[in-house]
Design a protein. Sequence first.
Lengths: 113, 112
Amino acid sequence: GAGVSQTPSNKVTEKGKYVELRCDPISGHTALYWYRQSLGQGPEFLIYFQGTGAADDSGLPNDRFFAVRPEGSVSTLKIQRTERGDSAVYLCASSSRRGTEAFFGQGTRLTVV
Amino acid sequence: SQKIEQNSEALNIQEGKTATLTCNYTNYSPAYLQWYRQDPGRGPVFLLLIRENEKEKRKERLKVTFDTTLKQSLFHITASQPADSATYLCALEQTGANNLFFGTGTRLTVIP
């Protein structure tokens, strides 16, 4: 695709439910990043993929959060037993290689009620 | 602990003046430092990248400096315009790693 695509753009879910957020990176980009951004804050790093593998998942806040990228392109961020504190904008970015710009999607706004 | 701090949460300047934004980092060894612009409701958009062995990089009205001794980057917008109003984020890519860590952001408002 022309850019990084994230779906859905908005998601409202009830506390305790499971959600999946999808990221479709730019074709050919091997690096993929997930971030979480709260209002007035910078993007908080969650996980970084190089190809199919999670090269760094140190930013995942707890074991309710999990992400996959099985074929090295599309990635899914999965959140189990959602809590109100999970409400934020979840951003995905991709880049072609080290030392180059990252391209961001528009984000998924997650609201847990 | 590792920190990336940007000088102030908000900066207001008069149109035509130069805006200077600061990014300070602690306990990182960046190979690259990047600056992004973010508008409300949108994802960050890349502006400039500077390498650890570069002191300065320019692009049109933008200038970035990188001082690895001071552990600081300065981002300048000359002849600022109201359209430059946005949040500006710095980000570090560490030596030997590919993950990208962001600072807290500075919200710039250029007053006509």
